[in-house]
Structure formats: structure tokens, C-alpha cells
Design a protein around this ligand. Structure first.
Ligand code: NAD
Length: 548
């Protein structure tokens, strides 16, 4: 997100509004006049009197050049900062220029008839005349701003609200997800975590907020978020989770319930899951079940979580060796994907997230596929613009699918492409040797092969997909993964109904068949072994009818 630079005439309230805004965003407030004063160890009036205006403007220009390069700051400038074009050039580079305006009457009223400001002391007339003259001279410069806010009749809090509304509209993309007439927006942008508390307060959330995360993420997300929440007077409870897939378990969820109960977290509270897909899934599950459901906010911190797991409301934990065996559909009140937190994401995890991006492209967005092919080096360098673009496109696609079929009765099944074999591969690798994305990449390569062998996809489609997966540094073969273990895990898969495996298969890039029956024999061939276990379960006794 860009900085906010407040410009405007003296008396428009730049310092008060700037401090309030900075507090709301959890940012640093900088007052350029204050900086000049501490550099010169003299007040502005003294500098004007002793060294003259020109000297003051030269020091001010140095201060501006310095502070303009900082991030996450609200800068209140002196009224004359606009007079030097190079000042504005520096400030515009990293910030929005917000001009505070007021009528002459209001300014005279605020400044008084005997002001301390040196520029209003004039031998040739009263304050009103001098103020009018200066305003006429500077008005065009104050108008050259990204946002103009008239502060004449507004309280500082209202002005801050107007600026925050502007930032929301300009600094982030929002993908709406509508399920059962409830809106669950996904916000995507750079540095946008600062806007979360304001959004939360609009949902009518209670004062208690639980932040479920792990310590490693504190510098990049947790601490900032907590500071911003506190500025909005939220009470925060931090719950630390261990890293790794093992955290997605009922015992881990139970430990969180205990913490919440001991802290007397009530029904009106919000749980913010700050982390990768693991914390998102278990946090979502806890939010769905604690007191029969409390408000959930997803703050994904891995690429995989941003493009996939934080959207769509699937929550759950693994159990009895089966992925996501216990869970619930539970939509978050909002999701905030701040790409700035990806700065600390390890390279392997970034590539892992790309597997879900490529999956999305293969099943439904051929232009996204072209985009990733073209911009892969920029993605791997974590360039902000391209990351926001791919996350927004994946989120938009997933939103469309989830809106059509939240409970995975039909359309949503296409999102499982690569996951039928992929989940089994992940389990066979002990949920630790491969990342989720790597397992899904292998699943996609093998399921694409099945599609080709069934005559559904052309070999050129399979080659193109696998080439991109490989360029992204993802595996496309089983390697050392134990085939029998894969087969065993597949036998437990929820997607196998009546012993028959049906899964989505690609037709071309951007096109998929939702459900295709896959013969056991073909599956065995593709997996490269002929295990003795059949997917077809032995027929057991018929279930008895239960009497009401
Ligand atoms: N609910 C769904 O719809 C859905 C969809 C896809 C995947 N998933 C689930 O998501 C999980 C995989 O998610 P994942 O790949 O994010 O795994 P993860 O949550 O384990 O995160 C991967 C690693 O990256 C670290 N990490 C995350 N963000 C970081 C950051 N900004 N800086 C530094 N380190 C960071 C984590 O601590 C972890 O060590 C799996 O359990 C999978 O089943 C769920």
C-alpha cells in the first residue's frame, strides 16, 4: 500500500488527522515541520526569523527526500511543501497525495487573529487578507492531489474514514464471494493488512479477537496485525500453533478450544487465522465449531493459501491417516491476501503454491496459463504486481466455482484436479517429505497422463502442463514415493464412491471434464505398479434400516 501524504494550508488539521490515521493503520506518523525543527534545534518561527524562508525550504526539501522513501508512513507536510516541484515528485513516488481543504472563514477561525505562524505576520494587512493572498497563490498546487477532503465541517475521525475508504478502493482488489446471499470478500494487495481492523469493525464483530498463527510469522504479519487491532481497541488473544501438517489434527484443535474457553472467548468474537493452508484449515475448523461457530477471518500467508485454501470455506483436520477426514464448510467473513507477507515465504513454498495456480489455469483459465508461462521469472522473484494479478485471477475463478456449488455436489469437484492422486502421494510421503503443492503437481502429471491414455487430452496438452510444472521447479513423477502406500491411501479417499474412482481430467488447457471414471487397471499402470489391494471394497452386510 502507498504512504499517505497530507498537504494543505496551515490550520487544516494535518497533524491531528495524520496521527489519527497512522494509529488506525498501525503506521508511523511523520511531521515534516517537526523533523525540520529537531534537525535545526529551533522552532519554525525561529528558523524563519534567524535564517529566512529560503533556508527553511532547503532544509524542508532534505527532510522530504528522506522521509518519502520510507514505507507505511503517514506524512503531514508543512503548508509550503507544495511550492517546490521536486518535493512533490519525491512524495508522489511512494504515496497518495491527500489534500485537506477548508474555507478562509474556517481557517481564520482556527488560526486566530494573532497567529504564531510566521507567514501570516504581515505588515500590509490582517490575517484574513494575508491568508487569502497565500491561499490564492497555492490553491492550484493544493488541488493537484489524488484525493481532496474538505475539512471545514468534518470531524478528524470523519476525515480519517474518508481517507481509509479511498485507500480501500485504490490500493486493493476485491473479489466478492457470495454464498447463500452472504458476501465473503477476498481483498488482495500490497501492505493491506493495515486495513483489516476497519473492515472487521464494519462486520459488527465483537471486541475479542483471537489470532491463531505461529511465531515464525510474527515479524511479517502477527505483530503488525496486533498493533493495528489494538489501535481499534480490540482485545487480542494470541494462540501459537506449531508448523507442519501434523497441526491439522483433532488434538491440536482441542488445544485451541481449551485456550479459547480459558480466555472466556465468547460467541461474538472473531478468529483470525494467520498462516499457510494448515493454519487456515485448522483455524477455520475451530471457528466453525467453537460455540457452534464464531466469526472467521482468513489471513493467508503462503501463496498456496492465498490462491486456494483461504477461499471457499473448506475447513478441516486430518484423522486416521486420511486428509481432511473431519471438517466443515464454513465461509470466512473476509479474507485478506497481503502479498507483502510473501517476502519471507521460502522459495520451495512459493513454488508449491504455484502448483495450485497452474491447476487453476489448467482447469479453467487458459489466459492465466499463458500469463504464468510468460511471467514465471517475475513470479519467482515475488514481484508485487504479477503476484496480485495471479492471486486475483485464481480467487475470481474459485469464487465463481464455489458460488455455483459450495458443498461440492457438482461443479466444485473440478477443483480436485490433481488432488485424487496428489492427496494419496502426500500421505504416502508421510505428510512431510513433499509439500502439498509438490504432491499435487505429481497428481496433476499422473492424472493428465490418465486423461491422455483415455483419449481425452492430447499429448501436447499434457506436455505443456508438465513443462510449466517443471519450470516452476515442481516434480512430475513419483520418484522414490512408495507406490503401494499411494495405492493404500487412495483406497481411503473420499472421492472414491462404490469402489470406483471418478475424478476431473483435463481436456485442454482451460478445459476439464468434471468426472471421469478411471479403470483400476489404468490407474495401476500410471502409478507404475500392480498392487494387490483393490479400490473396490468387499461387499459387506447391507446396512439395517434405522427406526425412528
Ligand atoms: N481448504 C482448502 O480448500 C484447501 C485447498 C488447498 C490446500 N489446502 C491445505 O493447505 C495445506 C497446505 O498449505 P500450505 O502449503 O500453505 O502449507 P503450510 O500451512 O504448512 O505452510 C507451508 C510452510 O510455509 C510457512 N509459511 C507460510 N507463510 C509464510 C510466510 N509468509 N513466511 C515464511 N514462512 C511461511 C509455514 O510456516 C509452513 O512451514 C494442506 O494441509 C492442504 O490440505 C486446503
Amino acid at each position: 500500500m502507498r504512504n499517505v501524504v497530507l498537504i494543505g494550508f496551515m490550520g487544516t488539521g494535518k497533524s491531528e488527522i495524520g496521527q489519527l490515521l497512522a494509529r488506525r493503520l498501525g503506521w508511523t506518523f511523520i511531521d515534516t515541520d517537526g523533523r525540520v525543527e529537531s534537525r535545526e534545534r529551533a522552532t519554525v518561527a525561529q528558523i524563519f526569523a534567524r535564517r529566512g524562508e529560503e533556508y527553511f525550504r532547503a532544509v524542508e526539501a532534505q527532510v522530504v527526500a528522506d522521509v518519502a522513501s520510507r514505507r507505511d508512513v503517514v506524512i503531514a507536510t508543512g503548508g509550503g511543501v507544495v511550492l517546490k516541484p521536486e518535493n512533490m515528485m519525491h512524495l508522489r513516488r511512494g504515496g497518495w497525495i491527500v489534500s485537506l481543504t477548508a474555507s478562509v472563514d474556517v481557517l481564520v477561525d482556527r488560526l486566530g487573529e494573532a497567529p504564531t505562524r510566521p507567514l501570516l505576520r504581515s505588515p500590509s494587512g490582517g490575517v484574513r487578507e494575508q491568508l487569502g493572498r497565500l491561499l490564492d497563490q497555492r490553491r492550484p498546487l493544493y488541488r493537484d492531489a489524488d484525493l481532496l477532503v474538505d475539512v471545514s465541517d468534518a470531524t478528524p475521525a470523519r476525515v480519517v474514514e474518508a481517507i481509509v475508504a479511498f485507500l480501500r478502493a485504490r490500493d486493493r482488489m476485491t473479489i466478492p464471494v457470495r454464498v447463500d446471499d452472504r458476501l465473503s470478500p477476498v481483498h488482495i494487495g500490497d501492505g493491506i493488512l493495515a486495513l483489516l481492523p476497519g473492515d472487521l469493525s464494519e462486520t459488527g464483530a465483537g471486541r475479542q479477537v483471537v489470532i491463531l498463527s505461529h511465531r515464525g510469522l510474527e515479524p511479517v504479519a502477527g505483530a503488525k496485525l496486533i498493533a493495528a487491532l489494538k489501535a481499534w481497541d480490540y482485545e487480542t488473544l494470541e494462540v501459537d500453533m506449531p508448523v507442519g501438517e501434523a497441526t491439522k489434527s483433532l488434538p491440536a484443535a482441542a488445544r485451541v478450544y481449551t485456550r479459547l474457553a480459558r480466555a472466556r472467548i465468547d460467541r461474538a468474537s472473531t478468529l483470525i487465522a494467520v498462516g499457510g493452508g494448515v493454519i487456515g484449515d485448522v483455524g477455520g475448523f475451530v471457528a466453525a465449531t467453537y460455540m457452534r461457530g464464531i466469526r472467521l477471518v482468513q489471513v493467508p500467508t503462503s501463496l498456496l493459501a492465498m490462491v486456494d485454501s483461504s477461499i471457499g470455506g473448506k475447513t478441516g483436520v486430518n484423522h486416521a491417516g486420511v486428509k481432511n477426514l473431519v471438517g466443515a464448510f464454513y465461509q470466512p467473513a473476509l479474507t485478506v491476501a497481503d502479498v507483502r507477507v510473501l517476502s519471507t515465504l521460502p522459495d520451495r513454498e512459493l513454488r508449491s503454491g504455484l502448483a495450485e495456480v497452474i491447476k487453476t489455469a489448467v482447469i479453467g483459465d487458459a489466459t492465466l496459463f499463458d500469463h504464468v508461462e510468460q511471467h514465471l521469472p517475475a513470479i519467482l522473484r515475488k514481484e508485487t504486481g504479477v503476484l496480485v494479478e495471479i492471486i486475483a485471477r485464481c480467487a475470481a475463478f474459485k469464487a465463481r466455482v464455489v458460488e455455483a456449488d459450495e458443498r461440492e455436489q457438482s461443479e466444485r469437484r473440478i477443483l480436485n484436479y490433481g488432488h485424487t492422486i496428489g492427496h494419496a502421494v502426500e500421505a504416502a510421503a508421510g505428510f512431510s517429505r513433499l509439500t502439498h503443492g509438490e504432491a499435487i503437481a505429481i497428481g496433476m502429471a499422473l492424472e493428465a497422463q490418465i486423461s491422455q491414455r483415455l483419449g481425452i487430452a492430447a499429448s501436447s496438452v499434457v506436455d505443456r502442463q508438465n513443462k510449466l510444472l517443471a519450470r516452476a521447479g515442481l516434480p512430475t513423477t513419483l520418484g522414490a514415493v512408495n507406490r503401494r502406500a499411494v495405492w493404500r491411501a487412495m483406497a481411503l479417499d473420499k472421492k472414491i464412491r462404490d469402489g470406483v474412482l471418478r475424478c476431473p481430467l483435463p481436456v485442454g488447457i482451460g478445459e476439464v471434464v468434471r468426472e471421469q471414471e478411471v479403470p483400476d487397471k489404468l490407474l495401476q499402470e500410471v502409478l507404475g505398479s500392480a498392487p494387490s489391494i483393490s479400490l473396490r471394497r468387499r461387499p459387506g452386510p447391507r446396512p439395517r434400516r434405522l427406526r425412528a
